[in-house]
Design a protein around this ligand. Structure first.
Ligand code: ADP
Ligand code: MG
Length: 321
């Protein structure tokens, strides 16, 4: 397995107490796969990305195993991790400006990305060769007028351009795994689709593995081979994208699907799952989704179901045994 996560648990300590925001999390990912992590805000998605890249804040306590390309990241020092982060994996943060240095021009930072890669591979390139590669890669991510953008500082660009610069940087570094945390949230719908299609293209042409974090199940479906649906820090369902969309196994997945707007003019008012996600300070005892579930019965409210295999999927629901 390229990425192997077993029994991952992450808690945050604060003056108000300790909350466990990721629990019993498992993920096996093959090289070249695209996996979408889907869930409402606060379900633990960014925490997962930070755990994989070992960028959790000091207040976080982590338990469980994360192996990327055979490397057990818990055994790696910060120095080794910063090397792994630019090479084996690269994370695009929810706010893309966080991935860039505000006081350096875009050109400087993209050239730097190539130098880092060359250093790692023991390769020598002239300044001119590097510049050419930067300009070519900017074309790949469809950044218009490279010469002009290279001289700009990140804050002088539009949201869509900043996101493309960060993706361009990822391409120059050539990581094997790209983790994109809601990379399209700040963008308008047309640009969102473009960025998702771009990621899809990169996965297909460069075999780059992608973890795509989003709250939008329909975007997840466009991009991913597999979708993992999260709720209150747990995996509720994990399966091939096609199966999960056509035949959802978990009532929460079903609810998310029913909440997607359609073009059908005869459709009634848009469904929305009643209630809201629980606070991590007072999680329900049994299934974390039970207070909002329309199929709730007996033991749902007292006993938490385990994640079990169900064909080529897995699901955490008493309806599925
Ligand atoms: P998502 O990305 O799905 O919105 P997050 O992983 O950001 O979810 O957050 C999951 C939960 O962990 C939330 O309740 C959030 O408030 C809490 N949380 C995130 N970061 C911290 C932190 N540094 N300290 C304490 N709590 C945090
Ligand atoms: Mg987040």
């Amino acid at each position: 397995m390229f990425l192997e996560i077993q029994g991952l648990k992450v808690s945050y300590r604060s003056y108000a107490g300790t909350i466990t925001v990721l629990d019993d999390f498992y993920l096996n990912m093959k090289e070249g796969e695209t996996v979408a992590i889907v869930g409402e805000s606060g379900s633990g998605k960014s925490t997962l990305g930070q755990a994989i890249t070992k960028l959790l804040p000091p207040s976080a306590v982590m338990d469980g195993k994360i192996e990327v390309s055979g490397i057990d990241i818990s055994k790696k020092s910060e120095d080794e991790m910063s090397n792994i982060r630019g090479t084996t994996m690269f994370m695009i943060f929810q706010n893309p400006l966080n991935s860039l240095n505000p006081v350096k021009t875009v050109g400087f930072q993209l050239m730097e990305a190539i130098s880092i890669r060359n250093q790692r591979n023991g390769e020598n390139m002239t300044e001119e060769q590097m510049k050419n590669e930067v300009v070519e890669t900017m074309k790949v991510v469809r950044l218009p007028d490279p010469e002009r953008i290279l001289e700009r500082y990140p804050h002088e660009l539009s949201g869509g351009q900043v996101q493309r610069v960060v993706i361009c940087m990822a391409l120059l570094l050539k990581p094997r795994l790209l983790i994109a945390d809601e990379p399209t949230t700040a963008l308008d719908v047309t640009i969102q689709a473009q960025v998702v299609n771009l990621l899809k293209e990169l996965n297909q042409t460069r075999k780059m593995s992608i973890i795509f974090i989003t709250h939008d199940l329909s975007l997840a479906y466009v991009l991913a081979d597999r979708i993992v649906v999260m709720y209150a820090g747990r995996i509720m369902e994990d399966g091939p994208a096609e199966d999960l969309i056509r035949k959802p196994l978990h009532p929460y997945t079903e609810g998310l699907l029913m909440s997607i707007p359609t073009n059908d003019k005869n459709a009634g008012p848009l469904y929305s799952i009643p209630g809201s996600p629980p606070s991590f300070f007072s999680l329900p005892k049994g299934c974390k989704f039970s207070p909002r579930c329309r199929y709730v019965f007996g033991k749902c409210e007292t006993e938490e179901p385990r994640l079990v295999n169900y064909g080529s999927s897995s699901v955490r629901c008493w309806l599925r045994g």
